[in-house]
Design a protein around this ligand. Structure first.
Ligand SMILES: O=C([O-])CC(=O)C(=O)O
Ligand SMILES: [Mg+2]
Length: 389
């Protein structure tokens, strides 16, 4: 029984809100929702894989419709199969999408390919009848660990939001079981950001930790000024101080900031990740890498990124991806990442966990749902089913 991709559907959906980080607001933010429809049947139903891109980059309908979906539909179906002939081979599907694409320039298409790749892996795990994290662990000859660290990302700038509202937001995350929270910096003068940080630290007390995220806003001087202010506090990490591609800035910052730093959410290929590791001065004993497969060519590429990290002496446990989606939860549980981001109040219904999954002591436990687990999240699955079922 061979498997064919019979359709690739895309719809661009709003994930807008009035929030703002140091670089952009989200008033016009969108995401591409994709369905990869196969002719495989499991439990009496046609297998459809689903995917979507993370917040921060916009929907990719144009690229998907013009280049990537047609390549999959035009490919010889047999050329996309694994050795058994009974399932798709995600790497062959990836190669078909990337035919006639020159190297480099990764920002232009990595989101479109990553979104379809998510749907392909969802279909592959469903055809195999397993949760993706278990399939991944098996393929890599390792034990999966369904218990995954998650932190609560928020703390955005928002019209009219005062310190009491910021504290209330963070308190609500702790009440929901998180013990690491994240807030934005760099969108206000440094003295005001210091007050915001002190207010949050007072609110969360000693049993929780705070990470801060500058979203690539700072030049070197400002990044250093912030480093000197931030190092007075016991922060979980100092994220994306400067431009994501300014590796010299990142490397220089280590002299001023001995504690943990994080970056990588805006690097979209294993080549870019390798440059960060080679030239960015990141420290494998304390820093964190945030590459997000949904923005960076998907899990096929993310596995190459993990290989790059390995050859440079980095453990997958130093990776905590950006994006807050279930795909990265599966990669974390299957391949031993350090955890995953989550946005308890934002970007719904795309982010978050299957219904009934609770955060306890900063961790969730993955349920056993075939595929990525989207069918377990009713509000999200309703949108997916409406696209293709
Ligand atoms: O505000 C954003 O663009 C999202 C972000 O950086 C994060 O979640 O780390
Ligand atoms: Mg960030």
């Amino acid at each position: 029984m061979s498997v064919r991709i019979v359709d690739v559907c895309e719809i661009t959906k709003p994930i807008s809100s009035p929030i703002r980080n140091a670089y952009i607001d989200f008033t016009k933010m969108t995401t591409s929702l994709v369905a990869v429809v196969t002719d495989a049947v499991r439990d009496g139903k046609r297998v459809v894989g689903y995917g979507f891109n993370s917040n921060g980059r916009y929907g990719q309908g144009g690229l998907i419709r013009e280049r990537f979906a047609p390549r999959l539909k035009e490919a010889d179906p047999k050329s996309l199969l694994d050795a058994s002939g009974n399932n798709l081979d995600p790497d062959k599907v990836w190669a078909a999408m990337m035919s006639n694409e020159k190297p480099g320039g990764h920002g232009e298409r990595s989101v479109a390919v990553g979104t379809i790749d998510m749907a392909v892996w969802d279909a592959v795990a469903k055809i195999a009848g397993k949760p993706l994290f278990r399939l991944l662990a098996e393929r890599h000859g390792r034990e999966s660990n369904p218990r995954v660290f998650v932190y609560a990302a928020g703390g955005y700038y928002y019209p009219g939001k005062d310190l009491a509202a910021l504290r209330g937001e963070m308190r609500a995350y702790l009440d929901r079981g998180y013990d690491v929270v994240k807030m934005k910096i760099g969108g206000a003068p440094i003295a005001e950001d210091r007050e915001r940080i002190e207010a949050v630290l007072k609110e969360i007390g000693k049993n929780a930790q705070l990470a801060v995220d500058a979203n690539g806003r700072f030049d070197l001087e400002t990044a250093i000024a912030y480093a000197k202010m931030l190092r007075e506090y016991p922060l979980f990490w100092y994220e994306e101080a400067g431009d994501p591609l300014d590796f010299a800035l990142q490397a220089a910052l280590a002299e001023f900031y001995p504690a943990a730093m994080a970056t990588g959410e805006n690097l979209f290929s294993h080549q870019d990740a390798r440059n960060l590791i080679r030239y960015g001065g990141m420290r494998p004993d304390r820093d964190w890498l945030q590459f997000d497969c949904a923005l960076s060519y998907g899990l096929c590429e993310y596995q190459r990124t993990l290989e790059v990290l390995k050859t440079h002496g980095w453990s997958p446990s130093r990776c905590i991806p950006h994006g807050g989606h279930q795909m990265s939860l599966n990669i974390a549980a299957g391949l031993g990442l350090g955890g995953n981001e989550s946005y308890p109040d934002l970007f719904q219904p795309y982010g978050g966990f299957p219904d009934g999954v609770r955060v306890e002591n900063g961790h969730i436990t993955m349920p056993d749902i075939p595929g990525i687990g989207f069918e377990g999240k009713s509000d999200l699955y309703a949108e997916m089913k409406a696209l293709a079922a």
